[in-house]
Design a protein around this ligand. Structure first.
Ligand SMILES: [Zn+2]
Length: 343
């Protein structure tokens, strides 16, 4: 069986859209027909080689999506054919299956436990969570990472308490999930910082009490003005930019938490005074907000069904798989809040 895919053939080059050959299923693997996938900043990082040289080329990409189960491999017990599922990169329940090897132009194409930039994908059972048919594609894609990671950063990494002050630097993508999470957790103030006004506008709709465009204003001054002191309890960075990370750390109070979710380029470094870390200040990198998709996703769906929040306005751009390189370019320009590919 063949399917359409966007393949990373070379780093720092556009993805190649072509047909690939799908292998047979083995133990713990699930064949899913995708209906939608979100493009995440992580994939741009992979294309750019943020973590270094890529020894898996050519390979498939994408780690947030939704679709329907077509076929299951031996041993799979948590999903069955016909089930609607969220595809997520964090570990859920079930078997950790071997990674599939696809074929393209007589060559092997590598793939991880999950890929979503291919219409039909072989996914490890533990990267799937069943959801009701009533959940829209947009929401399902957001549940895969934006909401689970965003809320997880607030709940598990930052452990925000009611009334704590929070700064989120980078208000698009996961940052918007973090802002909504801070709102649901009762933080105040919630200061969103970004260089794009359109993103700050949306952040305001989803819980930011104050917005700072750091192109035109100093974040330090804004915090002083808003909080009446130069520090916040929690400062969360999504930019991965060394200077911004230094600012985030400096803005964090004595017993506060600096949480990084934007991944810094592997050749970059930050300069910080570490003494406060001995006295209660925390600086840490988040790995998907320590989320547990199989437990978190049903909980958030219940909340949305009860109309406690509705993130459907997060999505600003749509396209087909053929449009993926254009959408990625738009993400690089900073104009995208969330971009979704519809198959
Ligand atoms: Zn992601």
């Amino acid at each position: 069986m063949k399917t359409q895919a966007a393949i990373l053939v070379e780093q720092k080059q556009p993805l190649v859209i072509d047909e690939i050959e799908i292998p047979c299923l083995t133990v713990g693997q699930v064949l899913v027909e995708l209906t939608a996938t979100r493009i995440c900043g992580s994939q741009i990082g992979e294309i750019d080689g943020v973590k270094g040289a890529d020894r898996w080329l050519p390979h498939l990409l994408g780690h947030e999506g939704c679709g329907r189960v077509l076929e299951i491999g031996l041993g799979v017990q948590w999903v069955k054919p016909g089930d609607r599922v969220v595809l997520h990169w964090r570990l859920g329940q079930g078997i950790q299956a071997p990674s599939p090897l696809y074929r393209w132009q007589g060559k092997n194409v590598n793939a991880g436990n999950i890929t979503t930039f291919n219409r039909h994908a072989i996914i490890s059972e533990n990267r799937l969570t069943r959801i009701p048919d009533s959940v829209s594609d947009d929401i399902a894609c957001l549940l895969a990472d934006t909401l689970t990671t965003g809320f997880g950063i607030i709940n598990n990494n930052a452990r925000v308490k009611i009334g704590e002050s929070v700064v989120v630097i980078g208000a698009g993508g996961i940052g918007l999930g973090v802002i909504l999470g801070a709102h649901l957790a009762g933080a105040y103030p919630i200061i969103a910082a970004d260089i794009v006004d359109a993103k700050l506008e949306i952040a305001k709709k989803y819980g930011a009490t104050h917005c700072v465009n750091t192109k035109t204003a100093e974040l330090n001054n804004a915090v002083k003005e808003i909080c009446g002191c130069p520090f916040v309890d929690v400062c969360i960075d999504g930019t991965g930019n060394p200077k911004v990370i230094e600012t985030a750390y400096a803005l964090t109070a004595k017993h506060g938490r600096t949480i990084l979710f934007g991944v810094m380029h592997h050749e970059h470094k930050v300069a910080i005074h570490t003494l406060p870390l001995h006295f209660g200040k925390i600086l840490t990198g988040s790995e998907g907000g320590d989320s547990q998709p199989h437990l978190d996703i049903p909980r958030y769906i219940r909340m949305m069904q009860a109309k406690r929040f509705d993130p459907s306005g997060f999505v600003s751009h749509y396209g087909k798989l053929e449009d993926i390189n254009t959408l990625i370019a738009q993400m690089r320009n900073g104009e995208v809040v969330h971009a979704i590919i519809r198959f």
